[in-house]
Ligand binder design. Structure first.
Ligand SMILES: Cc1cc2nc3c(=O)[nH]c(=O)nc-3n(C[C@H](O)[C@H](O)[C@H](O)COP(=O)(O)OP(=O)(O)OC[C@H]3O[C@@H](n4cnc5c(N)ncnc54)[C@H](O)[C@@H]3O)c2cc1C
Length: 297
């Protein structure tokens, strides 16, 4: 019997495993090897690992975890969860049945690419979600922002720290008159029409062709497609979720426990605001520590 099974062995899951391994707890980490930022050439903002390929950071972490005899890293998918606190069972796609006293869900989210030719191919290179992750490299250049709702207005204010050359692409969405007035006051053009195609995709250049016949060329395009959890295990357990403008996340308390006793969660699966490798690692570490402390005699 494991003390903890961790489902999703990327930044959050491995950080949880590290704390649990150091506390000499028996842990199995299941992972399918598809971290959210795998499309990006480099990961930015993680102290000590800035500007490294994300898969290299994870490979290094896995090597370091090999020091800990109680941690087992498994390349495999968790397919179902049953049981209750102190006696959970996880079935893997390979047919293995694993038992654990606690579970940590850290299986992340999947960004849902719009049905626009060229968009998915550009994701992580010329179309990116986060200025903290990719803004420094293109500071001062011409940025585009695909409007995804009223929350995009905050992005406009945020982006000003990196560039004063921004174009908003309404992409068929309503932009309220007061917001349009504010954008005009800031000297930010708004281009109406739906994006029909991303015509050029490659490093740091995106040409958005619109259904109006016009096109917008920018050095980098910021977009926030909706996302959804990478697995549906939480649904089968009926775990409480929170709806956000970009998708649902799992509800956790201050000890990172979900609505079901003994099941903890961390990383993008729980984090609607500013998801990042740093946040996922911190939340994962805390989930590991809280899960361990919940098992003390
Ligand atoms: C294009 C792009 C660029 C980014 N750049 C940066 C950056 O520069 N800096 C930064 O800090 N953040 C960046 N991010 C955000 C960062 O990717 C996430 O915040 C981070 O990956 C979240 O870590 P996580 O462990 O929660 O989830 P993930 O890294 O998404 O990992 C989830 C893991 O769970 C696995 N999994 C899923 N389902 C199952 C299952 N059923 N069984 C077993 N395993 C499963 C997946 O294969 C995956 O390995 C970027 C995101 C994107 C989209």
């Amino acid at each position: 019997m494991n003390d903890v099974i961790i489902i999703g062995g990327s930044f959050a899951g491995l950080a949880a495993a590290l704390q649990l391994g150091r506390a000499r707890r028996k842990v199995t980490v299941l992972d399918t090897g598809l971290p959210r930022n795998r499309f990006a050439g480099h990961s930015h903002g993680l102290l000590g690992h800035d500007h490294k390929p994300p898969l290299d950071i994870l490979a290094e972490a896995r090597q370091q975890l090999a020091r800990y005899p109680t941690i087992r890293l498994v390349n495999g998918r968790a397919d179902s969860i049953s049981g209750a606190i102190d006696d959970f069972t996880v079935l893997t796609a390979d047919g293995e049945s694993l038992g654990a006293r606690r579970l940590i869900l850290s299986y992340g989210v999947v960004d849902q690419m719009p049905d626009v030719p060229g968009f998915a191919e550009s994701w992580g290179t010329s179309i990116v979600p986060c200025p903290y992750c990719d803004g420094f490299e293109v500071a001062g250049q011409h940025w585009g922002l695909v409007w995804s709702g009223p929350q995009s207005h905050n992005q406009v204010r945020l982006f000003h720290d990196w560039t004063d050359r921004l174009t908003v692409l309404a992409d068929g969405r309503e932009i309220a008159p007061d917001i349009r007035a504010d954008l005009a006051r800031r000297g930010i053009p708004v281009v109406d029409g739906r994006i029909a195609e991303i015509a050029h995709h490659g490093e740091q250049n995106a040409i958005a062709r619109l259904d109006t016949g016009s096109q917008v060329s920018v050095d980098i395009l910021f977009a926030h497609p909706r996302n959804k959890p990478s697995a549906s295990l939480h649904e089968s357990l009926g775990l409480a979720t929170v709806d956000t403008p970009l998708g649902i996340v799992l509800k956790v308390d201050e000890r990172r426990e979900t609505s079901m006793p003994g099941i903890y969660a961390a990383g993008d699966l729980t984090n609607p605001l500013l998801p990042s490798v740093t946040t996922a690692s911190w939340q994962g570490a805390m989930a590991g520590i809280f899960a361990q402390q919940s098992m003390l005699g």
